[in-house]
Design a protein. Structure first.
Length: 763
């Protein structure tokens, strides 16, 4: 049950969503940082922007709140507040703010000047501009940025433990120890000054809320609320300046830090990390002192969930897993977070780390929540991800502390610059190019190297080698663009708060993307692994083994999108498909994934960083399908590609067990950026306690099989069709989409159709 207070907070969250905040104040703070705060470097400008925001943004404490604080900018002015460039949308949003005309003009002048001042090093390579790499990018072969915004897990545990005051002391000690003759002195001091400013921002923010609560308490006539406001003032006077002493103070320190995190680089995948692990010591202390019980902890987690709520939520909380010594990490706070999520019924981004020793109690509660619909929680397997990280040199105890970001991206909280979803490669498009000698048959453009057309390859192995050459060509371009993006970010998009809350940045005096972090890597996504496996199997059988069709006939059918050749398409569709426990085609899928993972290992990022595979598509498998022509698996041109490692929708027709066996053949332990799969289950056979036990057994089977990442949708196609046809009465159903959950009614028609088309397995 929810208390009446939390129920009101939930209703407020649902009514307000992410609309609350301070319209235009981030832009105003940018202006102050540039004109009045003495910022010199771009890192200092961003740091002093945070300090200015903490000082000048309007703040309020609303009725029923005990965890206080609102975001420091508003999505209504997102273009103005978060875009690095001045444009018409920013100007319109500025005009709509309440600033006087003089202030508006000052903001406009500074932001427009910043646009002209921001240098763009590494924008060309050997005289070639971005256009030299644009064709493959625009035609759905790959994309790459290398610049990271908001996809992070900051070291919340450090702020909770010693506060921004303690971190500022650390920064100042480093300042005093810097040798003026050190060639890095100027560089380090510039960074440390920025780090000092972000610590000031946290301290100022807490003090302002403490002062506000104290002032409200003096004017409050309600004795109960007066007491609550006095307690808020005491909490905010302690955190985030100093270390937390209680669970409530720890949660408040976390929330203030999250506010600043989102103010630094936007509200998106600013994830929370292993919440149960770093909060548990405070919970345990409170329980031992008799000042808190389990229900009190659940209420705190419910209030935090209300603060975090967004319609599209990838602010991920990760639970359970293992401790640094390898023992099971589930604790009372694990269940408090799950209970709060279950009672609230809000869509929240909650994942659970599993391993061979995960307790049955955790699996049963997770199963019960999944059967309610919405795909929460979702799961990561330690036995796959920890070895993958260790293979790149991540220390064992650090690998055991991994946490996912946003959807399924992996980081080491407070120790890594992970550059998640830094780039992507459409291997189904690479397959298409291998069929047509590197040429895009739909446009006639030469997008890849000339590796011969299908009829030029005497053996199937020769054709597979041509496909791999196409993948490797695209990978080299992606790596170049990602490396360049990181170098651009050092100059143009430093992140001083993220850096201050990441190990080694303060000691090294460097931004997180400038060699400051302990670990530096880029995760590259891949689209179409199941489609390539199905296509390779079709080519092998139909062309090289059975000879039922000639290479020329197949190529012509693909060029024409099977127009007039439906019998051939049906023949191709009847061949074995990945997702049905067919060893040959599953083996091809495993080889495609392994080749992608292994080839990325050959490259290095700046500062000795590495490249990790990210076997995940997000929703872009739909967009990239539009750029991919007909494929030998029988898929028509423009149709969606398979979601991540899940079978092409509708092709896993044998059984749930067979589909999971196919997933298990993928080398998940090679994907340090994480793999991903959505397992669709029809709810018909999952009723009551027996259904929960069955669902828990399915999760346990996934652990035993070694499936690296599992997401579940428990819903029927019929239910989703009703939601699509009558959203007013049925559209409130919640579904797992693509690394996140959402109300079905909020999704686009093409994503709805894609989810409906996925095979719904019976238990």
């Amino acid at each position: 049950m929810l208390s009446e207070r939390v129920q009101r907070l939930k209703e407020r969250a649902l009514a307000g969503g992410a609309a609350r905040g301070a319209p235009g104040y981030r832009a105003y703070a940018r202006m102050l940082a540039a004109t009045e705060y003495g910022a010199q470097t771009w890192g200092q400008r961003r740091a002093f922007m945070l300090k200015a925001l903490a000082e000048v943004a309007p703040i309020a404490i609303t009725e029923d709140e005990r965890i206080v604080g609102e975001h420091l900018f508003c999505e209504a002015t997102a273009e103005l507040d978060s875009s690095p460039w001045w444009n018409e949308a920013a100007e319109r949003q500025l005009d709509a703010t309440d600033f006087d005309e003089s202030t508006k003009q000052r903001i406009k002048d500074v932001l427009k000047t910043e646009q002209t001042q921001r240098s763009a090093p590494f924008a060309t390579v050997d005289g070639r501009s971005d256009e030299a790499f644009a064709e493959g990018w625009q035609k759905g072969l790959y994309w790459a940025y290398g610049i990271t915004q908001n996809h992070s897990v900051r070291d919340f545990a450090k702020v909770i433990l010693i506060g921004f005051g303690g971190i500022r002391d650390e920064v100042r000690r480093c300042m005093r120890s810097c040798d003026i003759t050190d060639p890095e002195f100027a560089h380090s001091m510039a960074f440390l000054r920025a780090a000092e400013a972000v610590c000031d921002a946290g301290i100022i923010l807490g003090r302002r809320y403490a002062d506000t609560a104290r002032a409200m308490a003096t004017q409050c006539d309600d004795p109960q609320r007066k007491q609550e406001l006095s307690e808020i003032a005491q909490v905010c006077r302690q955190v985030p300046e100093r270390g937390a002493r209680t669970l409530r103070e720890a949660v408040q320190a976390l929330w203030f830090t999250h506010i600043l995190t989102c103010a630094e680089d936007g509200i998106n995948a600013n994830s929370i990390g292993r919440l149960d692990q770093y909060l548990y010591p405070y919970y345990e202390c409170d329980v031992n002192a008799g000042t808190l019980d389990y229900e009190g902890a659940v209420e705190l987690m419910a209030e935090l969930a209300c603060k975090l709520y967004r319609d599209y939520d990838v602010q991920q909380i990760c639970l359970a897993g293992q401790t640094p010594d390898g023992t099971d990490a589930a604790n009372d706070m694990t269940y408090a977070v799950l209970d709060a999520t279950e009672r609230l019924g809000l869509i929240r981004c909650i994942s659970v780390r599993l391993h061979s020793g995960s307790p049955r109690k955790l699996l049963l509660q997770s199963a019960r929540m999944l059967l309610r619909g919405g795909g929460i929680p979702f799961f990561f397997l330690d036995e796959a991800i920890v070895p993958a990280l260790e293979s790149f040199g991540v220390r064992h105890e650090h690998a055991l502390d991994y946490a996912p970001i946003g959807c399924v991206e992996i980081t080491i909280p407070g120790k890594a610059a992970p550059h998640p979803v830094s780039g992507a490669i459409n291997v189904a498009k690479c397959m298409e190019l291998a069929l047509f000698d590197g040429n895009d048959p739909r446009t006639g453009e030469q997008l890849g190297p000339r590796t011969g057309a299908l009829e030029d390859h005497a053996t199937f192995d020769d054709f597979v080698a041509a496909y791999k050459q196409q993948v490797e060509h695209a990978a080299r371009l992606v790596v170049h663009c990602c490396n360049r993006g990181q170098l651009i970010q050092i100059e143009r998009e430093p992140l001083p708060l993220y850096s201050t809350l990441t190990d080694n940045c303060i000691a090294r005096g460097r931004d997180i993307h400038d060699g400051g972090a302990l670990y530096n890597y880029h995760s590259i996504m891949v689209y179409g692994v199941p489609n390539v496996a199905d296509s390779l199997l079709a080519v092998k059988k139909a062309i090289y083994e059975e000879g039922s069709v000639s290479a020329g006939q197949l190529l012509e059918a693909l060029r024409t999108n099977f127009d007039g050749d439906e019998p051939l398409r049906q023949e191709l569709l009847r061949l074995p498909k990945y997702g049905n426990d067919q060893a040959e085609v599953d083996g091809l899928a495993a080889d495609v994934a392994a080749h992608f993972c292994d080839y990325l290992r050959e490259f290095r990022a700046p500062f000795g960083g590495f490249y990790a595979a990210h076997l995940f598509t997000f929703v872009w498998h739909i967009d990239h399908g539009k750029h991919t022509g007909a494929t030998p698996d029988g898929r028509r041109a423009g149709e969606p590609l398979a979601y991540s490692l899940s079978p092409q929708q509708g092709r896993d027709v044998t059984s749930l067990t067979a589909m999971m066996k196919s997933l298990a053949r993928i080398p998940h332990c090679k994907a340090a950026g994480s793999s991903s799969a959505i397992i669709e289950i029809d709810p018909s056979n999952f009723h009551g306690e027996a259904g929960e036990k069955l669902m828990a057994d399915i999760i346990r089977s996934g652990i035993d099989m070694g499936i690296g990442q599992m997401q579940f949708n428990v819903t029927s196609a019929e239910r989703l069709l009703k939601a699509q046809q009558d959203p007013e009465h049925y559209g409130n159903v919640q579904v797992r989409v693509s690394g996140y959950s959402s109300k079905f009614s909020l999704l686009s028609r093409e994503i709805q159709d894609h989810i409906i088309a996925r095979t719904k397995h019976w238990g």
